[in-house]
Design a protein around this ligand. Structure first.
Ligand SMILES: Nc1nc2c(ncn2[C@@H]2O[C@H](COP(=O)(O)OP(=O)(O)OP(=O)(O)O)[C@@H](O)[C@H]2O)c(=O)[nH]1
Ligand SMILES: [Mg+2]
Ligand SMILES: [Zn+2]
Length: 352
């Protein structure tokens, strides 16, 4: 990843390059396209890592004596290239597997096709548009800590999003060093464990072998509130990841997140870690209200057992959910969370 080339282009240069690419697009012969992986995206440009090399490597132009050495970037396995995409392609996202072509003369590439996705993690942005976050993620690590204070309902939201994307979740309670004896956060972790979720406790500067072993071979997206230590965990497991981290008080006072774009970091053989900005709010309005139950397996089990088929689970006496909460079979907090999320989605959809 050290090969990422940062270059600022003037608008004129960008226009010229864009034009060159457009002309090239029409002439493209895609039979010898390379395989690639989108490792980062910045608006319209993306960074693609080469997963294959050409059968015949392009030959560097010969330089006559006295002439300056022209720019030349060899196509090497693992090298990272700034790329444009063909205009007819759908929006690409970090984690996408693509077909692409490299131009060693400019150091730029063009993405010509996208491979079918195994999964797509999305989130709504503040303009109520659904934004893809990462593709082909096989495991989501939900990081939480006692500082910044955990909001259990936020964990529930993440779990619903994971269930909707059909991606398994691992709950990681980080900053173990801050956890006191009988800390309520330990109870919270146990509650999720009892519901069948995989949980783990970590400390960013502690022994992360258990976590690293669990992540082997997976494409992992780290999610969670800003400041819980997502980037710190990634840096500790991948020493050259060099993801920026920051002291919470400094950045949250400014309302800023330390990590600002979604980046994929290679992690051993065939695994990758995706760092993404922490979020304070994680709206789920883009989901079907019926999907919320997928993130609440204990409640899903009881659905259909209420007296009325159209039970709101809010005031009905013969409500299986309310009774289960009253008997301590399910957590009142989870039931509240389930109902609130359902209302929130239904309300947002009525407005739209
Ligand atoms: N005490 C303690 N502090 C930690 C631990 N892990 C991270 N931190 C600190 O928490 C702060 C935030 O860490 P980051 O890794 O930047 O958090 P993040 O989740 O990536 O935050 P965003 O990028 O804003 O979403 C930094 O000051 C870290 O040093 C830990 O295990 N224990
Ligand atoms: Mg970060
Ligand atoms: Zn009911």
């Amino acid at each position: 990843m050290a090969l990422i080339r940062k270059r600022r282009l003037t608008e004129q240069q960008q226009r010229r390059i864009q034009k060159q690419h457009q002309t090239r697009q029409e002439e493209l012969d895609t039979s010898s396209d390379l395989e690639g992986l989108v490792v980062q995206h910045y608006g319209r440009q993306l960074e693609v890592q080469a997963l294959s090399t050409p059968d015949e490597h392009p030959i560097k132009p010969e330089v006559l004596a006295g002439e300056p050495d022209p720019f030349w970037k060899p196509i090497e396995l693992g090298s990272v290239w700034r790329c444009h995409t063909r205009t007819n392609l759908e929006a690409l996202v970090t984690g996408d597997r693509v077909k692409w072509q490299a131009d060693p003369n400019t150091g730029l590439g063009i993405i010509t096709a996208i491979h079918p996705r195994q999964s797509l993690l999305t989130r709504p942005d503040r303009y109520h548009k659904v934004k893809p976050v990462a593709a082909n993620v096989s495991l989501i690590v939900i990081v939480f800590a006692s500082f910044p204070e955990v909001a259990p309902s936020l964990i529930d939201r993440y779990i619903v999003a994971c269930a909707d994307a059909e991606i398994p979740a691992l709950l990681v309670l980080n900053k173990a060093d801050l956890i006191k004896e009988n800390d309520p956060i330990l109870n919270l972790m146990k509650e999720y464990q009892a519901l069948g979720y995989e949980v783990m406790q970590t400390q960013s500067d502690g022994d992360l072998t258990e976590l690293a072993n669990r992540l082997a071979g997976e494409t992992v997206a780290f999610v969670g509130q800003s400041g819980v230590g997502k980037s710190s965990l990634i840096n500790a497991m991948v020493p050259d990841a060099a993801q920026k981290t920051n002291i919470i008080s400094e950045n949250s006072a400014l309302g800023q997140h330390t990590t600002t774009s979604t980046r994929l970091i290679a992690f051993g053989e065939g695994a990758a870690l995706i760092d993404s900005p922490g979020i304070r709010e994680f709206g789920l309005w883009h989901l079907n209200p019926d999907k919320v139950q997928r993130g609440f397996p204990e409640i899903e089990n009881l659905l259909g057992h209420c007296q009325f088929r159209n039970c709101t689970h809010k005031h009905e006496k013969q409500c299986a959910l309310r009774q289960a909460a009253a008997n301590g079979e399910i957590l009142q907090r989870r039931l509240d969370s389930y109902l609130r999320l359902g209302d929130e989605i239904a309300e947002a959809q009525q407005k739209n």
